[in-house]
Design a protein. Structure first.
Lengths: 208, 160
């Protein structure tokens, strides 16, 4: 044999292919998942002795979902697609007359006297049946949160030339620097005060 | 002739690829260590509903998960067709939720115990009755911050 210089080297050229195969397998099968969803606060349990606060009928926007997923909004059968507009009209109404302490200077609604006085007073009350599908419930929640977000975005655009949802997600992002957070915190708080989220959920009934 | 005469047919020398496997292995190990495998197996159907106004659930260490849905096919015979609650790795009844939250809360570091969020991963075909029971339990143990985990998408898809 004319071969010199010891045994032949093992060809390692295909090693890269094998490693790539493994790499791609891991890339495909693992998901770096960040969960997203609707954040809500549950009402704390009140001491039973306490009298419930008196709220004017016109400041409450009632939404009822029955077991078939139909909506009764302010005693009117409504399609779920119209819910957001109705909720926005209610929240943005600003019915208190100008000059009164409850007057809403930034509201662009119709200022009807039979609807809400002021966004800070307006309460949305959501009631559902035990047989209601969870999907329907989430859709309704989504539309109501969407109504708040639309109005908040409008005010944020007017005051800070930026969307509220955008500011809030930057504020909540843990990677944002502390100095920026301080600044954003104030702005977010200010917009939240203009349209505070007052979404009350009655305990579920099984009657209707 | 001379020592510096150009060699003719040598061409470009091949690039040495011997270190390529090392680079790729490095990437592989990076991904293997960074990604987290799912820590508990689901025993319930879990098709989440869609929503568009979502917020990201940052900081996984302050989240407690509750799964709700119909038992998957292999558990159907034992646990029936009705939607059930899954806590950690077992099916539970609604009145165990409160204890579970307290237990999980005690496991977390002291400074996080007041900022915990409960993520409800509920199948979209579940009934609200069960969810109401869970919510009542959560209120009783004062775990008021909840997140209805959803997929991103058009919320009206849920109605079909």
């Amino acid at each position: 044999m004319s071969r010199r210089g010891g045994p032949a080297e093992v060809n390692a050229g295909s090693m890269a292919d094998i490693a790539f195969l493994l790499l791609i397998f891991f890339l495909v099968t693992t998901t770096i998942e960040t969960d997203a969803g609707l954040d809500r606060m549950l009402p704390p349990i009140e001491p039973p002795t306490e009298e419930p606060p008196v709220i004017k009928e016109k400041n409450i926007f009632t939404v009822n979902i029955n077991r078939n997923g139909q909506l009764l909004v302010e005693d009117e059968l409504t399609d779920i697609k119209g819910l957001r507009e109705k909720a926005k009209a209610f929240l943005d109404n600003g019915g208190a007359p100008s000059g009164s302490p409850e007057y809403c200077s930034y509201c662009k609604g119709k200022r009807l006297s039979e609807s809400s006085d002021n966004p800070a007073k307006a309460i949305i009350s959501l009631k559902n049946d035990r047989e209601t599908k969870y999907g329907t419930y989430i859709t309704v929640q989504n539309e109501l949160v969407g109504a708040y977000n639309d109005l908040r975005n409008r005010e944020a655009q007017r005051l800070f030339k930026r969307d509220f949802t955008d500011m809030e997600s930057e504020y909540l992002n843990p990677e944002t620097e502390a100095s920026r957070k301080e600044d954003l915190k104030e702005k977010v708080k200010r917009i939240q005060d203009l349209f505070p989220q007052k979404l009350s959920e009655a305990e579920t009934g099984s009657s209707n | 002739m001379s020592k510096f005469a150009k060699k003719k047919d040598a061409g470009l020398p091949a690039v040495n690829t011997a270190s390529l496997p090392d680079i790729v292995f490095m990437l592989l190990f990076f991904f293997m260590t960074v990604t987290v495998m799912k820590d508990n197996s689901l025993k319930v159907e879990n098709t989440l509903p869609n929503a568009s106004e979502t917020k990201k659930l940052e900081k996984k260490d302050r989240v407690i998960y509750i799964y709700v849905g119909e038992p998957t096919s292999q558990y159907k015979a034992q646990f029936g067709e009705e939607a059930r609650i899954q806590l950690n790795d077992k099916f539970s009844s609604p009145n165990e939720v409160g204890d579970y939250i307290l237990q999980e809360r005690a496991k977390k570091p002291q400074e996080l115990q007041n900022v915990l969020t409960t993520a409800l991963k509920v199948d979209k075909n579940a009934n609200m009755g069960l969810i109401s029971d869970i919510k009542q339990q959560l209120r009783e143990v004062n775990a008021l911050k909840v997140n209805y985990t959803t997929y991103d998408g058009d919320a009206f898809n849920n109605l079909q």
